[in-house]
Design a protein around this ligand. Structure first.
Ligand code: AMP
Ligand code: MG
Length: 411
């Protein structure tokens, strides 16, 4: 039976669509390639010239006219006159005419006249002559201009996070600075009177604050720039002050805790006072209460306080929002289909995100739940590769069933 209390809950996908609809890509800026790792291209970048720029040698050897080497072999070498040498970076005018060859190094420009390279291993040079002991086909070991990219071709699409490969290619083409978007500045507020620092010994009823560590790490991994991170006591004035400060310096405010219906859950009230609020209960487990809104005109996402809810809510809503603000073309985690190794059950009504560990056996992926799945079970996040979607209407997923896993990290 579907629990009626879940019937009106917003689906995860609808909630995410509302989150994504409430944020915009940030302004673009020009950044030197030296500082662009992890930033996102704002425009498609085109090749200003062919790559490589000139025909060049792929090997160390001799630049020759292919026809001159026809019939050459171990016992029937062809003798050519060595007319000079071209090195990588060299610009000497050496011209290869019939009957001649030029010594050439990898990456050196192919001299005019030559149309092939014979590798040094099949040659013998002596007294200004070279014996070529293998025939070369036209174009052999030559990297023609434009072999990699023609002028005008797309180097890097818009919306791509720049990694080492993209930086190298853009560098090869002299495309620095590059137009990118940085990650949003995020202000993080972690609410709860019960919280103490990880370094502290908790008193009676207190617990160590783990959400701040988790969220700072998640934010960094998502490409955001945390600009403020505060722990806020459950007092209305303190919450108001903290939200005011947060909104001053950030593009996005994220909070944990204080969004449920407890007497000391002030976040909703305060956000309503300073801005606006859309509060929902999302049909998911863990992490049902999620708040979307704005504070002093700055986008706001409020997650519940339970540590696993924080993680799951971050993955479902905050990370996609951050990626949208960064201008990423892909907003969601990739998924992988895997075979479940244990039967799991639930009440229908909410989509469960089952934390799983993945293993590959003989080319097939297997997903094993990381243990008990309560929203307070922090150990379920250790060595966790992602979450298997256990759809809203389902009640039982049998061992051996295929499930879709949202990949948080690679196994
Ligand atoms: P709340 O959403 O504020 O009602 O918190 C729900 C649960 O999460 C409570 O058991 C809190 O003690 C716990 N919790 C809240 N904030 C944190 C935090 N920063 N670190 C660890 N646990 C927390
Ligand atoms: Mg609380």
């Amino acid at each position: 039976m579907v629990d009626v209390s879940f019937a009106n809950l917003l689906s995860v996908d609808d909630a995410r669509a509302r989150v994504l609809g409430s944020v915009e890509p940030l302004a673009t800026e020009e950044v030197s390639l030296h500082d662009a790792l992890g930033l996102v291209t704002a425009t498609e970048v085109h090749a200003p010239h062919p790559l490589p720029r000139f025909d060049n040698s792929a090997m160390d050897g001799y630049a020759v006219i292919a026809e001159d080497t026809s019939g050459a072999g171990e016992y029937s070498p062809v003798e050519l006159e060595v007319v000079g040498e071209v090195r990588a970076g060299g610009s000497d005018e050496v011209v290869v005419e019939p009957g001649t060859a030029a010594r050439i190094m990898t990456g050196a420009p192919l001299p005019p006249g030559a149309d092939a390279i014979v590798i040094v291993e099949v040659t013998e040079e002596k007294d200004g002559k070279v014996l070529v002991k293998a025939s070369a086909g036209k174009g052999q070991h030559v990297r023609p201009a434009g072999d990699d990219l023609d002028e005008g071709e797309v180097l890097v699409p818009a919306g791509l996070e720049l990694g080492p490969g993209e930086l190298a290619l853009l560098g090869s083409m002299g495309m620095t600075p590059v137009e990118v978007r940085r990650g949003p500045r995020v202000a993080l507020l972690v609410t709860g009177d019960e919280l103490v620092d990880p370094e502290e010994e908790p008193g009676p009823g207190q617990i160590r604050d783990s959400n701040q560590l988790a969220l700072l790490a998640l934010l960094e991994r998502a490409g955001a720039r945390p600009v403020l991170s505060e722990r806020v006591p459950d007092r209305r004035e303190a919450v108001v002050d903290a939200f005011r400060r947060a909104a001053e310096s950030a593009d996005l405010v994220v909070s944990s805790g204080g969004v449920a219906v407890g007497k000391y859950d002030f976040v909703k009230d305060v956000v309503e006072e300073l801005g606006h609020i859309e509060l929902w209960r999302v049909a998911m487990q863990p992490g049902k209460p999620v708040v979307l809104g704005s504070v002093k005109g700055v986008a706001f996402l409020g997650l519940p306080g339970n540590p696993v809810s924080v993680h799951v809510g971050f993955e479902q809503f905050v990370r996609p929002a951050i990626r949208r603000m960064r201008g990423c073309s892909s907003l969601l985690r990739p998924t992988l289909d895997a075979t479940l190794t244990e039967t799991v059950t639930k009440r229908p009504g909410r989509l469960h995100f089952v934390r799983v560990r993945l293993a590959n056996r003989d080319g097939e992926w297997f997903a094993t739940p990381t243990g008990p799945q309560g929203s307070h079970i922090q150990s379920s996040l250790v060595d966790c590769h992602g979450v298997a979607r256990f759809e809203r209407e389902g009640a039982k997923l049998d061992e051996g069933r295929r499930v879709t896993v949202e990949l948080w990290r690679l196994p």
